[in-house]
Design a protein around this ligand. Sequence first.
Ligand code: CMX
Length: 139
Amino acid sequence: KPHKIDHIGVAVKSLEHALPFYVDHLNMALEGIEEVESEMVKVAFLRVGESRIELLEPTSEESPVAKFIEKRGEGIHHIALGVHSINERIKDLKNDGIRMLNEQAKIGAGGAKIAFIHPKPASGVLYELCEKRATGEDK
Ligand code: CMX
């Protein structure tokens, strides 16, 4: 079972422009900014209780997030579900006949193992499975 919403990804054109609203008006604490080269994004994590908002800025025109913004505009891009054993979850979903966009977990922000599910059976929502690195901090 997913144990929490780890984060909600929001596609933005510019972190610099997007961040002040979240920090100054929604009073979210900025945890950090990280470039995930393999995903062609720069991300900012904002803490909301046990979850986070992840702002995603594309670092290249080739970035899937740049294509998303071009097609649909800025907005919610994905919901990440915290799972304890991502490989098991991928296996179970595949056994259930659910199409994965990633059949193998890959490494995302903060060294987490991540995999995306095809949005079709999820009524158009892109879900990410996310297994955090065991740091002990992230309960
Ligand atoms: N929301 C809803 N549907 C989406 C979507 C989104 N954000 N992005 C893509 N889709 C749909 C597409 O329209 C497509 O639908 P059809 O098959 O019906 O045409 C389907 O999902 C597959 O999309 P695709 O672009 O053809 O598939 P790819 O395998 O090329 O891309 C994807 C996979 C969606 C994961 C990639 O495009 C993407 O968005 N990558 C960015 C991932 C990301 O946010 N990484 C964060 C890293 C930081 C971290 O959190 O660790």
